[in-house]
Design a protein. Sequence first.
Length: 247
Amino acid sequence: MAGHSKWANIQHRKGRVDAQRAKIWSKLSKAIIVAAQMGGGDPDANFRLRKAVDDAKAVSMPKDNITRAIKRGTGELGGGPVEELIYEGYGPAGVAVMCEIMTDNRNRTAPELRSLFSKHGGNLGSTGCVAYLFDRKGLIQFDAEKYDEEMITEIALENGADDVAAADGTLDVTCDPNDFQELLDAFRSKELEMEFSEVTQIPQTTVDVEPGDAKQALRLLEALDDHDDVQNVSTNLNITDEAMSED
């Protein structure tokens, strides 16, 4: 869990300060399109769409952009469908990497990701090569300095959570993906501010590698996360403070 929560925190902080707002909006547009494709264009009746729209509003994405993305997803506007895919591979020292992808052109995306893996000492693998090392879970994080662990735990366990763990300055709540909506709504009803919330891939265990390999693996994760078609990156790398500070 620690490896994933550390990377989730890195992603979250990066999202706060990332000056490339257009890139963030592009990724969120795809999330809205896919959600509308799958469940229709009404956020009140489509939880996944409601969350995607909320995420877009949280980074000040214009209302017109949100509306266009919904209409594209429902087929009211042209542009073609957006596919949701998983790409798997290995980073330096064999660390496992999973990328959740949304793309309108998989023939473009796959070679670009293969090139990124290769450039940073890894390789893109076949379907299923590392998936068995991860569990798909809902993950909700709170600032551990802001909220009492006992209070968060009580709400979490009453609303379908599997576990609450303190890690890297956060309180990490995990749940089955089917319980994610109920749990998220429970926290929102209490007007609690969440640091991060997503259904994602969480490693069953994490691995330690040499600091140099860890640093190179972090560069791979960052490069993948910067790709326009990559929505989420997960790894079983134990991202230590030493690796973060290694020159």
